[in-house]
Design a protein. Structure first.
Length: 163
């Protein structure tokens, strides 16, 4: 099962990321109910939320985190004693290692330093869209009373040791 660690509802970006995770699970025939936890954006918060999911009986073996901060906490939780081994899953019913895959979001320098798989946002492309929008507004080519069109940019997955 793939769990999700996110921010409380109402954060916009976090809501979009949670919705994408839930839609993807549902498309695969998995009910996402109970598989997510909302928390503040800190390493300690991510660790606590990850412990909660990983110690549940839901069989979570992977965590998608709304930020690299939460993912760093999840990595720490996944390496905690008692979570790396699950009884009855190995050949002959013995104990077997259950690695937990962790993925963050934002591909921060810390993610690279600790080997965290993370989604990288195309910041240069986002900046170019912002500059184009401002130029259009300043040149009088856009109606300032009209909201600008939403632009959705596709992130790229940077695969490292955590997943």
């Amino acid at each position: 099962m793939i769990g999700f660690l996110g921010w409380p509802s109402g954060s916009g970006v976090g809501d979009d990321r949670r919705e994408g995770w839930a839609r993807t699970l549902a498309a695969a025939g998995v009910d996402p109910a109970g598989l997510s936890r909302a928390t503040s954006d800190g390493v300690a918060d991510g660790e606590k939320a990850a412990h909660d999911l990983l110690r549940s009986d839901l069989g979570v073996t992977a965590l998608v985190c709304v930020s690299d901060s939460l993912a760093l906490g999840a990595l720490h939780a996944a390496r905690s004693p008692g979570l790396a081994w699950q009884p009855g899953r190995g050949p002959g019913g013995g104990a077997a290692e259950r690695p937990v895959a962790v993925i963050g979001f934002d591909d921060t320098p810390v993610a690279k330093a600790v080997g965290l798989t993370s989604l990288s946002q195309p910041l240069a492309q986002a900046a170019a869209h912002c500059v184009a929008l401002l130029t259009t507004l300043l040149d009088g080519q856009a109606d300032p009373g009209e909201p600008p069109a939403n632009v959705l940019l596709e992130p790229s997955l940077v695969v490292r040791q955590s997943a």
